[in-house]
Write a protein that binds this ligand. Structure first.
Ligand SMILES: [Zn+2]
Length: 170
């Protein structure tokens, strides 16, 4: 993917990214909000749906799950490695987490909910953030319009710019 900015702008952007510590959930909420999608974080569905999801969009019958790459065992991701000490214990624990995630997703889909999974590693750079904005915008719009749609790159870049000040913790 081509760089969106020249070197000077890029280093400024990167310095801004490190300026605040923000949870991945907050970044996803900010993106959805800017794209015009309303969601609940403390509503009845956040408590009653399988897995007690953090972000529920009742109008679109969609749930967004935001996963840390280590605890949710993101396969093939640099941020997911089984620790060298007590590795068997970790392998078992993380496999259980993964199995629980799969079960929750199955239950949500069986109940008619669309499930979008977002990984923390999708927010590590502004380029990745812009790609995530496109993915979220595209998946949400497809739900809404029941047709294929791709969020324009200009919109994604603008939204990524707006949320770029967030430093994402793992
Ligand atoms: Zn990851």
């Amino acid at each position: 993917m081509a760089d969106l900015w020249d070197a000077e702008k890029r280093s400024w952007v990167m310095s801004r990214i490190r300026s605040r510590d923000t949870k991945p959930e907050i970044v996803v909420r900010s993106i959805l909000h800017r794209l015009g999608y309303r969601f609940t974080i403390n509503g009845p569905l956040n408590k009653s749906l399988p897995g007690k999801p953090d972000i529920v969009l009742p109008k679109w019958k969609t749930v967004v799950l935001v996963h840390g790459c280590f605890w949710h065992a993101h396969e093939g991701c640099k941020d997911f490695r089984i620790p060298k000490t007590r590795s068997e214990w970790w392998a078992e624990k993380l496999a259980k987490n993964k199995a629980r995630d799969a079960k929750v997703k199955r239950q949500l889909r069986e109940a008619g909910w669309q499930v979008i999974t977002v990984w923390a590693c999708e927010m590590k750079t502004v380029e990745k953030l812009a790609a995530l904005v496109i993915r979220l915008g595209t998946e949400m719009a497809s739900t809404e319009k029941k047709s294929s749609y791709r969020l324009p790159a200009e919109t994604a870049t603008r939204v990524a710019e707006e949320v770029k000040g967030y430093r994402v913790s793992k």
